[in-house]
Design a binder for this molecule. Structure first.
Ligand code: NAD
Ligand code: UGA
Length: 464
């Protein structure tokens, strides 16, 4: 089976970039990305490529190449489903905020809505691909809905989880470590569906990097990959606290252990805590699945990764308060960075939100500079926590469009995101214009401690 037409439901951080690359590499396939959020679609269609709804280095070039040729963004969901042979579901699967599994399980209502809509509209056979991250066994539920509410056509379900990381998404998509495709290889229709998706990726990914498994292994591998990555960050962060009280240096420890080829050097960068839309959500989901199956030891083991991350964020905020003589009411603390990592405008679960919240509890004034995050987004992030009124959030958190203005007159600076530009600031000028003693809390260990201490700053990094 040769696929000529694809629809992707969900034009977010995954749907947009993945489909842009599939369209770029397969000029003969028509790819239509649809979303209920009309503004998002307007932004994806913006002629000015700097106004795309997500910031991702290199995305603008790929969109420029494919958009209007064989890549389209639209709100016409039914039409796109009807025309496509293959439909990717790439909608959000956030942690549930209500009912059974509240705060732990993945909320699958958006996925179910997609399945019902596909079933309603489809009058020809379709391949349905799970691109969203889903609990193991979700394909069974999707199959059930499709078969019971559909028009009698055949639906093949595949799992094709996405492993891109934000900030490096275009490279991750262009040269993926692997592409994972789960399907039912016990039937000829299942094999055909798997092969059809393999062929799409084979346009640019070497066949040996395209891994096919059964559906459940594929679904579970995605949750597990994120759990393992997050676990490494929590492991190194846990040791940073031990370093601070013993005089060991976490950077030296990370280097020493990372050179063991069995351990490897990646994901050993100590930080103020991991953020992003997925690590916490996916581990909580894993914990929930294990608990639901009565596997309490498994659940407790993974839950600790989250508890350690919460501790690391709280510890950072407490250190700032304690160092500033345990009184920060009315003091100004400049934040460098709000995004959950560099090279993205995504702020979901960013450590900056939680650290700001703790400092605002103590009535500090936070002045934030981030090269890609808007003031509206920062206020939304704080309001979502529901800690205080919207007007109080506006009173205590001020967004600055210039980093020097953010740091002028500040009592302390806190680095929350590892944006490269922070390293090349005029630190002498910044020191001159700050309150003394001038403190820097480097939550990413990105600044040069020696240079800053020579200027006169009191520098506090993580784990050394
Ligand atoms: P997102 O919130 O950026 O995008 C999801 C989009 O789906 C939204 O624009 C929303 O309006 C749309 N949507 C929801 N229901 C819809 C419906 N019924 N019809 C049409 N549109 C609908 O989310 P995301 O970050 O792209 O994540 C999507 C999935 O991919 C999640 O399951 C996530 O866990 C997974 N994932 C995310 C990343 C990442 O880096 N963000 C990486 C790998 C996997
Ligand atoms: C992560 C995974 O890396 C992707 O493979 C996965 O597809 C994605 O989640 C997902 O499912 O959403 P992402 O969250 O975009 O990608 O970014 P990461 O590079 O993994 O960083 C996550 C968080 O961990 C960031 O806050 C980052 O600053 C932090 N981190 C990462 C560290 O603190 N130290 C490290 O060594 C690495």
């Amino acid at each position: 089976m040769k696929i000529k037409s694809i629809c992707c439901i969900g034009a977010g951080y995954v749907g947009g970039p993945t489909m842009a690359v599939i369209a770029q590499k397969n000029p003969n396939i028509k790819v239509t990305v649809v979303d209920l959020n009309a503004q998002r679609i307007v932004d994806w269609n913006n002629k000015d490529l700097s106004k795309l709804p997500i910031y991702e280095p290199g995305l603008d070039d790929v969109v420029a190449e494919a958009r209007g040729r064989n890549l389209f963004f639209s709100t016409k969901v039914d039409e796109a489903i009807d025309q496509a042979q293959m439909i990717f579901i790439s909608v959000n699967t956030p942690t549930k905020t209500y009912g059974a599994g509240k705060g732990m399980a993945a909320d699958l209502k958006y996925v179910e809505l997609c399945a019902r809509q596909i079933a309603k509209v489809a009058t020809r056979d379709k391949i349905v691909v799970e691109k969203s991250t889903l609990p193991v066994k979700t394909a069974e539920a999707i199959q059930n809905i499709l078969d019971n509410t559909g028009n009698g056509v055949d639906f093949q379900i595949l799992s094709n989880p996405e492993f891109l990381a934000e900030g490096t998404a275009m490279r991750d998509l262009a040269v993926p470590d692997r592409v994972l495709i789960g399907g039912d290889s016990t039937t000829s229709k299942g094999q055909e569906a798997i092969q059809a998706l393999v062929e799409i990726y084979a346009s640019w990914v070497p066949k040996e990097n395209i891994l096919t498994t059964n559906v459940w292994s594929s679904e579970l591998s995605k949750l597990t990959a994120n759990a393992f990555l997050a676990q490494r960050v929590s492991s190194i962060n846990s040791l940073s606290e031990l370093c601070e009280v013993t005089g060991a240096n976490i950077q030296e420890v990370a280097k020493a252990i990372g050179m063991d080829s069995r351990i490897g050097s990646k994901f050993l960068q100590v930080s103020v805590g991991f953020g992003g839309s997925c690590f916490q959500k996916d581990i909580l989901n894993l914990v929930y699945i294990a608990k639901s199956l009565g596997l309490n030891e498994v659940a407790d083991y993974w839950h600790q990764v989250i508890l350690m991350n919460n501790h690391q964020r709280e510890r950072f905020a407490k250190k700032i308060i304690k160092t500033l003589y345990s009184t920060i009411s009315g003091k100004t603390i400049a934040f460098l960075g709000w995004a959950f990592k560099k090279d993205t405008n995504d702020t979901r679960e960013s450590a900056a939100i939680y650290v700001a919240d703790s400092l605002m509890d103590e009535q500090a004034i936070i002045k934030v500079y981030d090269p890609k995050v808007t003031s509206t987004q920062m206020q939304l992030d704080l309001n979502y926590l529901n800690t205080r009124s919207e007007s109080e959030n506006i009173k205590y958190l001020k967004t600055q469009i210039d980093p020097y203005t953010a740091m002028d007159g500040a009592h302390a600076i806190a680095v929350l995101t590892e944006w490269d530009e922070f390293k090349s600031y005029d630190w002498k000028r910044i020191y001159k214009n700050m309150q003394k003693p001038a403190f820097i809390f480097d939550g990413r260990n990105v600044l040069d401690r020696q240079i800053l201490e020579n200027i006169g700053f009191i520098y506090k990094g993580i784990g050394y």
